[in-house]
Every structure is written in C-alpha cells, then in structure tokens.
Design a protein around this ligand. Sequence first.
Ligand code: ASP
Length: 341
Amino acid sequence: MSSVLIVYTGGTIGMVKSPSTNTLVPMDFSNIRKKVPELQMFDFKVDTITFNPPIDSSEMCPDVWVRLCNIIKDNYDSYDGFVILHGTDTMAYTASALSFMLQNLAKPVVLTGSQLPMGTIRTDGKENLIAALEIAAARENGMAIVPEVSVYFQSKLYRGNRCSKVNASDFMAFTSQGYPHLAEVGIDIKYSYAHIRYTPVEGPLSIMTDMEQNIALLKIFPGMTRGYVHQVLNIPGVRGIVMETFGSGNAPTDKWFLEELHQALLRGVVILNVTQCLAGSVEMWRYDTGRHLMDMGVISGRDITTEAALTKLMHILGNYTNPAEIRIMLNKSLKGEISFR
Ligand code: ASP
C-alpha cells in the first residue's frame, strides 16, 4: 500500500471560523479526517505532521525551508510522496527553494493550499488537498509519476520553480507562464509526461541546506534615482542581486546607472538579470539597452521567475564561492527552472 505524509505548515487551508470570535483561527490538524472524510476512501495510507504553531506563509524563511527538508529527509524511506500544506502567499518561493535544496529526489513533493479555509462551505481546500494527495501517491511501474517539487492549485499541477502567485482573490491563484503544467485534473488526472522532469537519480536523497541571505532584489523603474540604486547595490555584505529589468532584459543606459552596476560587479557582487514580464526570456543581445549589461558581466536569468531566481541565488551563493563556478551554476538549469531555446 502506498503512503503519503502531509506536512501542515499553516496558511488559510488549515483555518476554521472560530464560533466565539468569528475570525479565522488555525484548526487542530489532527482532526483533518473529520473535516475531510474522503481521506478514508483512499487506497493509500495518509499520515500528518503539523507545525506547532502553524505559520502564515509570510513568515517563511530559509530556516523553515531547512526544517521542511529535514522532515522530508527523515521520513523519506517511510513514504511514497509528500504533500506540504502551505499559505499561498509565498508558496512559489518555498517550492522553488525546496527544488534546489533537495538532491536526488525521486518522490513527489506537492505543495498546495487554498484561498478559502477548509472550514468554509465553498472551500477550494478540499479539492486541492485531495488531488495533491492523489498526485503524491501516483505511481506507474513502481515509480513515482511526478518525482519533483510541484505546486497543485485549482486543477493544475505546476513545476514548483516555474510558478507564481498571480491572483489574491480568485481560486485560480497561480500561473506558470514559462513552462507547461505537469498535470491537469478533470474527471481523470492527465499527466503531461513530456514535461515532467525524469532525471536519473545518482544516490540517496540528500539536502543542501546552506542558503546565502545576503542577497537583494533591485527592481528598476523609469525615474529611479541614483540613491536608490546605490543603496541596494551597496547593502553591507551583499553578495548577489536579482535585477528585475524591462522586457528582454533591458535597462537605462545612463552613465551613473552603468557606473553603479560596474562598481558592484568589480566588488564581486553577482548580478542576475530577470525580466519584469510575466512570460518570455532575458535576451541581452537583442537591444543596445541590454547588450551593455551583458558586456559588463551581468548574468542572464533567461526565463526564470523572480521567486526561483532569488532562491537559486541563495542556494548557489550558499554552496559555492568560486566566481567562475557560480556563473556556470547560474547559467545552468539545475531543476528545470530555466529553458534553453
Ligand atoms: N496569508 C496566507 C498565507 O499565505 C494566505 C493563504 O494561505 O493563502 O499564509
């Protein structure tokens, strides 16, 4: 019999309305079988681990990602798959981070949550949880069908490091513009085998838990001042910057702007160029306004999401110090987070 471990970290999905205060409060997750009696109908075993106290996903940070990695590692041999219940707000960051931190993953790790709490009548949480569990338990010829970190939301399964939360109110809260979904849930679950990552596993599961937090996000905008750019690039101790640029990786050509970037690069700060657009790729060679960044040594993030770029930079800078190696690793697709066309 297959078995799946649910790890409840917090977020809306696990909330109920308190009859006394009428506000949303975390429910006792050990009662999940009462709230979702369908869990008893599965032909696989479901166990749960609950964060105590559960956390709003705005409180997520590398320490919690390490905790999740350790839970998966400690329980890896006992379960066929894992479902992480998580607030939607930072789910794409956690999914991206876990994809880089878990090495030799051969089992599904499916993150899901909901827009309406499990304790409300129109909740989307029940369907999300049930489908995520089915996907986490799904095997074919003794192998997991989706052996990677994914996010399940509203009938679609996305690669974890390819999706973003794009809607704060609709049930359809996530999208993955740069990469096709891995499965679609209707009457049947239709897996998109060609898009699921099947890479040979080279050993037992291991975790890489060093995450460099001395990084920053520089979002450029028309009218930004030198002071703003200077402050971000000169944060004491900063080792890496994700720079969100326009279109295909373009930025102003003002002398002061280029000078600030140049000085940061000379100090050894790594700058990864990602686009502010929801889809498409950084192609710095396309326009003159991108070319000068490329010539200077800014690294292309290609079609990586900002969530994946930030967590990849934390992961790479946490584990590598050699500048050439860092550049090679950032240019590589580690876990299917970027496309090469
Ligand atoms: N603030 C909540 C969280 O991200 C929202 C949600 O669960 O969807 O934890």
